[in-house]
Design a protein around this ligand. Structure first.
Ligand SMILES: *Cc1c(COP(=O)(O)O)cnc(C)c1O
Length: 361
């Protein structure tokens, strides 16, 4: 700690992302929910085309083409679309712009995307954790009952991370309807792998904010593009934050690549389906090995073995050059979060697990 730091820096606990090893041969990386297949070839083509002399110019600070593509895809007005440098940045602006409400607490599940807690410390927003049910699902009633003090807002991922479990559209509708005067933010980073998006509810409720990323289902984690859709006045607020921070969050290449990726519906559907099929197979294989696997609507599975410590299994896999994510957190420290790879990746993982489980018996 340096004496030059601002006061609140000492108390910050930064988010710790899954490891990105520099170069290990034969490494199977199932720890950060990246897509096993590459992005749309049309996106790569568009990025190459955009890499020209024109890079001497600033990008479109309003990302009009990209926002128009998102609006068209989801049947929205362009004024309802906000884009950012990855959905993490979009979320940061949401916390800053919507949840700093004179000391009122933000409601979120005790187990959800851990970055939310980090943003709360960064922006000094009190947190009220709502425990998941014993089966790790979000209990809708906890969010629809009257609150003794009005919260600053509600946020959760749907499907939730790292559990993989999804709420239905009716559940989300109930939560939005019961909380008309606070923002209800639904982080749909994994929604394309089998859950229902809440975007259609924007026609009925002006308090819903839905956040998406191109990092997972569009296989563009390296390009850094995310977006939020909401009522146009909510979006206006987010633009105020953005333009007081960095008015050019998306570079020329990112805007071009993202538009092309969003337009390639056929490729997108095919790649999502490949992951869903591999997930079904991986779930069966892990269950066969004695794992309890939570019902996943994402590109990862969350699983625990009744006879083996989660941390020990993660370490044993690591020794076989397979990375999975393990969280040293209450309630979930017996679990492994395993990204769904190709069918071959899943085979290799399961073969290694068979050896590890045999050895330790
Ligand atoms: C991966 C992830 C994000 C962040 O995605 P980026 O767009 O890459 O910043 C946000 N929320 C959840 C739940 C995620 O899993």
């Amino acid at each position: 700690m340096s004496r030059f730091w601002s006061d609140h820096l000492a108390d910050l606990t930064p988010y710790v992302a899954g490891e990105q090893p520099k170069s290990v041969t034969n490494l199977l990386k199932l720890n950060t929910n990246e897509h096993p297949y590459g992005p749309s070839p049309r996106a790569l083509e568009a990025i190459k085309h955009a890499a020209s002399d024109r890079l001497r110019l600033y990008p479109d600070n309003e990302s009009v083409k990209l926002r128009a593509a998102i609006a068209q895809l989801h049947d929205l007005d362009i004024k309802q679309v906000f884009v950012g440098n990855g959905s993490d940045e979009v979320l940061a602006h949401i916390f800053n712009g919507l949840f700093r409400r004179s000391g009122r607490a933000l409601l979120m599940p005790d187990i959800t995307y851990s970055f939310y807690r980090t943003y709360c410390t960064l922006y000094q927003i009190p947190v009220q954790l709502v425990p998941l049910a014993d089966d790790f699902s979000i209990r809708v009633d906890d969010y629809t009952q009257a609150h003794s003090v009005e919260p600053a807002g509600i946020i959760f991922s749907n499907p939730n991370a790292p559990t993989g479990i999804a709420l239905t559209l009716d559940d989300i509708r109930a939560i939005a309807a019961a909380n008309p005067d606070i923002p209800v933010v639904v982080d749909e980073a994994y929604v394309d792998f089998g859950a229902e998006t809440a975007i259609a509810l924007l026609k009925e409720y002006d308090n819903i904010v839905v956040v998406h990323t191109l990092s997972k289902s569009r296989s563009l984690a390296g390009l850094r593009v995310g977006f939020a859709v909401a009522d146009s006045q909510v979006i206006q607020g987010l633009n105020r934050v953005k333009d007081s921070f960095n008015s050019y969050p998306l570079d020329v290449l990112a805007q071009a690549g993202a538009v092309a990726a969003l337009e390639d519906t056929a490729y997108f559907k095919q790649m999502c389906q490949a992951v869903i099929d591999a997930r079904t197979q991986l779930t069966e294989q892990l269950t066969g090995l004695g794992f309890q696997v939570l019902p996943s609507k994402t590109n990862f599975v969350f699983a625990r073995h009744p006879k083996f410590e989660g941390a020990a299994l993660a370490q044993a896999l690591r020794e076989q050059n397979i990375l999975v994510r393990h969280f040293k957190l209450p309630r979930i420290d017996q679990f492994l979060r395993i990204t769904v790879g190709t069918l071959e990746d899943c085979e290799r993982l399961c073969n290694s697990l068979v050896k590890i489980l045999e050895k330790t018996y």
